[in-house]
Design a protein around this ligand. Structure first.
Ligand code: MN
Length: 322
């Protein structure tokens, strides 16, 4: 039986209708006695935490629009996500545009009330990367506050473990130092994939390295780092894992609509391949962040982000069918 009912694209074409993530139903319109929701997708239109270009506040809207052409059956995984998972668009979290910490608190409070705490998993679409902290905290709390924290698979150009920038400890350079400090993530079961430079200083690598985060730079990946990613997935096994995806890990040639660009990086094909290679990972929460649609008139960044969302959902669907 289909778990997520979509408008039939032959009856209601993909260019028509009210826009939600991947055309999944709006959470508020799902009848109250329905079975518990597997995934709630929600937007976090916040970019008050950026160090360079603003504009990610328009990310959720752009990703929703770009996701109208995301279909439901994955050839690579041989899985129909809508057959396996019940999913809904929960709308946008209320944001506090001028205050990173207050914003995080509001998002956590919103996320706490979405779906069914012990069951429904949260996928947040940003917004800048600071919002990952909020979705991580909400996820950690909903999973019963696991001691030692969640495992974490992190795609990014940057480690995002800077202690503070201009005195701001909750901006987009800092979500993972805060999450590690608060025990939401176990750094020894965290992998950062696609890191590239140049950096401000070599010391920018210290916090992650000293705390045992595995770093697969883009250069490492080119030289065979895919094996290290596979070994990590195997090693963490059934551990509950959070997946955080900063679109700037992708080469700006494929994803120009982002705020803190770094040349080189994964192609769209490569990054979709890496995501698919994670099959087996027990994903219990995720975010896709740093899409700045105004910097990309062709819309390819938001389009890729929409498909990243789909690939993350596929990982959970695959686990449920194997
Ligand atoms: Mn980031």
């Amino acid at each position: 039986m289909t778990k997520t009912i979509l408008p039939d694209p032959r009856q209601f074409p993909r260019f028509a209708g009210v826009v939600t993530f991947c055309r999944y139903p709006l959470l508020q319109l799902i009848p109250p006695k329905s079975p518990p929701l597997d995934w709630a997708l929600y937007g976090v239109p916040f970019d008050g935490g950026v160090t360079y270009r603003p504009g990610a506040r328009f990310g959720p809207r752009a990703v929703r629009d770009a996701s109208q052409y995301v279909k439901r059956y994955s050839i690579e995984h041989d899985v129909d996500v809508c057959e396996v998972l019940s999913m809904a668009d929960a709308g946008d979290a209320p944001v506090s545009p001028y205050d990173c910490k207050e914003n995080a608190e509001r998002v956590v409070e919103f996320a706490a009330g979405v779906g069914e705490a012990g069951h429904t998993k949260l996928l947040a679409v940003g917004g800048d990367h600071s919002i990952a902290y909020a979705n991580l905290r909400a996820t950690w709390e909903r999973r019963g506050r696991p001691t030692g924290g969640l495992a974490c698979v992190h795609f990014d150009s940057h480690l995002d473990t800077v202690d503070s920038v201009w005195g701001e400890k909750w901006g987009h350079a800092s979500p993972f130092i805060r999450a590690i400090e608060e025990g939401l993530i176990d750094p020894k079961r965290m992998i950062s994939i696609g890191i590239k430079g140049p950096l401000n200083t070599k010391a920018d690598l210290d916090y992650a390295r000293d705390n045992g985060v595995r770093i697969v730079t883009h250069g490492d990946w080119v030289r065979g780092g895919g094996a290290e990613i596979a070994a990590f997935v195997k090693e963490i096994g059934e551990a509950e894992a959070y997946l955080t995806f900063d679109i700037d890990c992708v080469d700006p040639a494929f994803a120009p609509g982002t705020g803190t660009l770094c040349p080189g990086g994964f192609s769209s094909t490569e990054v979709l391949g890496i995501l698919r290679s994670l099959a087996g990972l027990n994903v219990v929460g995720a975010d896709v962040v740093e899409v700045l649609p105004d910097r990309d008139p062709a819309g390819i960044t938001a389009f890729l982000a929409a498909h990243v969302v789909f690939e993350v959902l596929c990982l959970d669907a695959v686990r449920k069918t194997r």
